[in-house]
Design a protein around this ligand. Structure first.
Ligand code: AMP
Length: 359
């Protein structure tokens, strides 16, 4: 089944919009994405788990639902046929990445906004490190194995787990204790699955970028920081209690805070985004198109170390449904990331550039 948005014969822009719909999975940033799509005149479809249907039906900007029991069912031809019959473009987000593995995402026979091939580079720690290094981003030093842990290190699980299960280790023993906790909780099978990285002291900052391959322009649309349980709750416990209770904090994301940066730091932020886009174009065709996020820590000298990237929309953009202090500088209308995506699809339809923005 081929999605017919690619061979729409009409020259009428409104007609093109009407024929094409925008869809995403019912989680993460789906409300913002579909609200933005609706505001730009698209039909909106939510791929919704049955148990969440009652909640999502509250939102009038959702026109239609594709209902499944579990997000993994999207690998089935039946669901993909339904998406194609409805001429929908899928906006990928963190829930797609945590529900399906890279092969499954790459095999999806539906138009996916952005570059589905780069999502593998987000999920695989080694590829991720490679792309960041090639982009000349300053990154935390990877620690080869538990025997090499000499300084404070952060230990991570693979995939978009939202910081769940991450722990700190300062030597082999503390690593083994944290790893065995995860094995007992059945979060990993073996400690080899863990990725160890230098811990960067400072404040975390998340840059929300959008790159348009049609206009060859990069936009910083927002900045946020995360609210993580229970590392952000630890300051509520007096230090003597912390020491006696032996608390092992983790980094699970619960929400996000808005953030504005010292203006003098913005110039470098744009440069990092530009380098990332340029290198991605060379390494993972067709490149880093659409929304992406550079994630890292500013230290006391104002030096930024990037520890992660997300090669698709991040949930921190949910802060800015009505625009952000940065999008307001670029647009004379409230511009959420969801709306920005819809505008790009609209432009691609108008200029016959759809193949540039979907894979
Ligand atoms: P991530 O899932 O990689 O975005 O990381 C979740 C959280 O872990 C971040 O928001 C940071 O608070 C923390 N974190 C991750 N990597 C590092 C690092 N190398 N140094 C310091 N904190 C980190």
């Amino acid at each position: 089944m081929v999605n017919t948005i690619f061979d729409s014969k009409t020259n009428d822009d409104k007609e093109k919009n009407r024929k094409c719909s925008i869809t995403t999975l019912s989680s993460h940033c789906s409300l913002q994405v579909l609200k933005g799509a609706k505001d730009e005149g698209f039909k909106t479809i939510l791929i919704c788990e049955e148990k969440r249907l009652k909640f999502y039906k509250r939102f009038k900007f959702i026109d239609d639902f594709i209902i499944l029991n579990n997000f993994r069912e999207i690998v089935h031809g039946r669901i993909q046929n339904e998406i194609n019959q409805k001429n929908a473009i899928l906006i990928p987000h963190g829930t797609l990445i945590s529900s399906l593995n890279s092969e499954e995402i790459e095999k999806l026979n539906i138009p996916i906004f952005g570059n589905k091939w780069i999502l593998r580079w987000e999920s695989d720690r080694l590829l991720k490190q490679k792309l960041m290094e090639e982009s000349l981003l300053n990154t935390p030093k990877p620690v080869k194995n538990k025997f090499e842990i000499k300084n404070l290190s952060i230990v991570k699980l693979n995939g978009a787990a939202g910081g769940k299960g991450y722990f700190l280790a300062w030597d082999k023993k503390s690593f083994e204790s944290g790893a065995s906790n995860l094995i007992n909780q059945k979060m990993i099978k073996d400690e080899d699955e863990l990725y160890i990285q230098e811990f960067i002291m400072g404040v975390p900052v998340y840059f929300q970028f959008f790159y348009s391959p049609i206009t060859d322009n990069i936009e910083l649309l927002g900045i946020d920081r995360r609210y993580e349980s229970d590392i952000d709750g630890i300051g509520r416990i007096p230090s003597t209690t912390q020491l006696n209770a032996v608390i092992e904090p983790t980094y699970q994301v619960i929400g996000n805070f808005p953030l504005v940066l010292r203006e003098s730091l913005l110039y470098e932020a744009y440069e990092m985004g530009e380098r990332f886009v340029k290198v991605s174009k060379k390494m993972i065709s067709p490149g880093m198109n659409g929304p992406f996020c550079l994630e890292g820590v500013y230290d006391r000298n104002g030096k930024f170390t990037t520890f992660e990237f997300s090669a698709r929309i991040v949930a921190g953009t949910n802060l800015y449904v009505g625009g952000s202090p940065y999008s307001d500088l670029l647009y004379d209308e409230p511009m959420s990331m969801g709306k920005r995506i819809a505008k790009e699809i609209k432009l691609a339809l108008q200029t016959d550039n759809l193949s540039k923005i979907v894979t």
